[in-house]
Design a protein around this ligand. Sequence first.
Ligand SMILES: [Zn+2]
Length: 179
Amino acid sequence: MTRMKPLLERNEQFARTYTPLSLGLPAAQMLVVTCLDHRVDPAIVLGLQLGDAPVIRNAGGRITQAVIDDIAFLAFLAEQLFGRQGPADTLFEVAVVHHTQCGTGFLADPDFRRQAAEATGVPEATLETSAVADPHLTVKTDVERLLASPLLSPKVSVSGHVYDIATGRVTTTLDARYP
Ligand SMILES: [Zn+2]
């Protein structure tokens, strides 16, 4: 028994009309970093189609070292494989999208954080850095963090946005900037 059964049935529907894509630059020339929250699926919220944009998701949509490493690798890969096909000075834009009502917001509360650390074994300091209490503030922090990383390619720009769970609307907090 698996709860995947209804999802596999949906996949069967999907596969019936599917056309495979070859590996290429993301059609939207975007890479999205956002929260793993199941109310925040960028394919639906931003209307992304297959081949449009890689998406990196974690709790809060935070710019962690692991996320920076992935972005650095993807920029390297894009340049190696497709560097001569795209515009010479740009590869893609990273959109960091945080959201309201984020579950990580509970981690801003010290008691909750201590209990979470005890239950999961994740250090309290790590949990504290993943908390999104005010998405407008954290998205700025994370855009700056990514722009300041020596691993970020100068051909990659970074922008910051907030998704409002109550309205379904995404607003731009920081326009795209190069490092
Ligand atoms: Zn979230």
